[in-house]
Design a protein around this ligand. Structure first.
Ligand code: PMP
Length: 401
């Protein structure tokens, strides 16, 4: 019954992470996985998350009953407010709802199934390049065409805005376009506000179904409002949309699988049908979501003191990353490593798209035990004061050889 199962290619990021873990080299450096690390290269439980966990543990009214299918509603409300801004007209006018899902991935998967099954969308466009999981989620979610729009200009290491706009102009009617809300993965380069405005114009003109994926709100700039600028601009322009929010990175709640799907519509009377159909999709996937992460995020976002502590924590993370970008670039420039390294500090968020070739990446992994992805993406979180010079010297060697 089980014969003939083809062995699929390994998932690159987990495969490289495992190679790092298996390596016995004392100098090894892990720049693979997108997870925050401290100066000591350790995972970080945000102090305010610990505090929330202690409060929950001490609260005897908490239990392990099922949450409703669409999740813990107070959490969903807080998540919608976070992404749209509490005073957004869409919230005030009852045109925005939240549905708790399994982190960013589950939110995207539920969105794909909903768009495919309920609204009959079959074609979706992702940026090229994009996060490695986007295509798979939409293919498995029932989309028959998962295609790409130009995003990256490798020569100038900036957003290829002309290519992007031309490609969106040319997509067939009834297409979904997936946009990264901030801190584009893997390039770390977002459109400027003027470019977002131009993208919004095409989206409106072509009546594209917009799906914003925002997995790094607050993590990119240190300011959750600034990171939601593009989404809020589109909403202000009357664009209806779905937003997949992840709380993995900005709350450090990676394995709690806490996410939210925010849906913004123009006519609130469609929401009853939408919620009922979404319930069926979730019922058939995970039936109802886990509660721990939802309770933490809700508590932190609705208590002013805890919220301030969260702001401080995301500033700590984003500042450390910015500092590491500056140190890496400075060392590469000091070493006179061939090429221009400005992009290392221009890019934002967890990742830097270094521009290293697959051969140079291979060299770095084999010779220096610096682990990164084949497309040259590094997670800047893996850098710290102790290893940043080592990494720069290794990159220098790889580029010069
Ligand atoms: N979207 C993007 C662009 C991401 O980078 C990530 C995390 N790597 C996600 C979504 C979702 O991750 P998770 O399912 O862990 O929330």
């Amino acid at each position: 019954l089980f014969t003939g199962i083809e062995v699929a290619a390994p998932i690159e990021v987990f495969h490289m992470n495992k190679l790092y873990l298996d390596s016995t080299d004392p100098n090894k450096v892990n720049l693979t996985i997108g997870a925050y690390r401290t100066e000591e290269a350790k995972p970080w439980v945000l102090p305010v998350v610990r505090e929330a966990e202690k409060k929950l543990a001490a609260d005897d009214s908490q239990n392990h009953e099922y949450l409703p299918v669409l999740g813990f509603e107070p959490f969903c409300k807080a998540a919608v407010s976070l992404v749209l801004g509490a005073d957004n007209a869409a919230i005030k006018e009852g045109r925005a709802i939240g549905v708790q899902c399994l982190s960013g991935t589950g939110s995207l998967r539920a969105a794909a199934e909903f768009l495919g099954r309920v609204l009959n969308y079959k074609t979706a466009y992702m940026s090229k390049p994009t996060w490695g999981n986007h295509n798979l989620i939409f293919q498995n979610g029932g989309f028959t065409t998962v295609s790409a729009y130009r995003y990256w200009d490798a020569a100038s290491r900036t957003v290829d805005i002309d290519g992007l706009l031309a490609d969106l102009e040319a997509v067939p009617l009834k297409s979904v376009v997936v946009l990264h809300g901030c801190a584009h993965n893997p390039t770390g380069m977002d459109p400027t506000q003027a470019q977002w405005k131009a993208i919004c114009e095409v989206v409106k003109k072509k009546q594209l179904m917009t799906l914003f994926d925002i997995a790094y709100q607050g993590f990119a700039s240190g300011d959750p409002d600034q990171d939601a600028w593009a989404i809020r601009y589109f909403v202000s322009q009357g664009v209806e949309m779905i937003i997949a929010q992840s709380f993995a990175k900005n709350f450090g709640l990676y394995n709690e699988r806490i996410g939210n799907l925010t849906i913004v519509v123009n006519d609130p009377s469609v929401l009853a049908g939408l919620q009922s159909q979404m319930s069926l999709i979730i019922r058939a996937n995970w039936s109802n979501p886990p509660s721990h992460g939802a309770k933490i995020v809700h508590m932190v976002l609705t208590d002013p003191t805890m919220k301030q502590d969260w702001f401080d924590a995301i500033k700590t993370m984003s500042s450390r990353i910015k500092d590491m970008r500056a140190k890496l670039r400075a060392k590469l420039e000091e070493l006179k490593t061939p090429g221009n390294w400005e992009h290392v500090t221009k890019q934002i968020g967890m990742f830097s798209y270094t521009g290293l070739t697959p051969e140079q990446v291979d060299y770095l992994v084999k010779k220096h035990k610096v682990f990164l992805l084949k497309d040259g993406r590094i997670s800047v979180c893996g850098l710290n004061s102790k290893n940043v010079d080592y990494v720069a010297i290794a990159i220098d060697d790889a580029v010069k050889n």
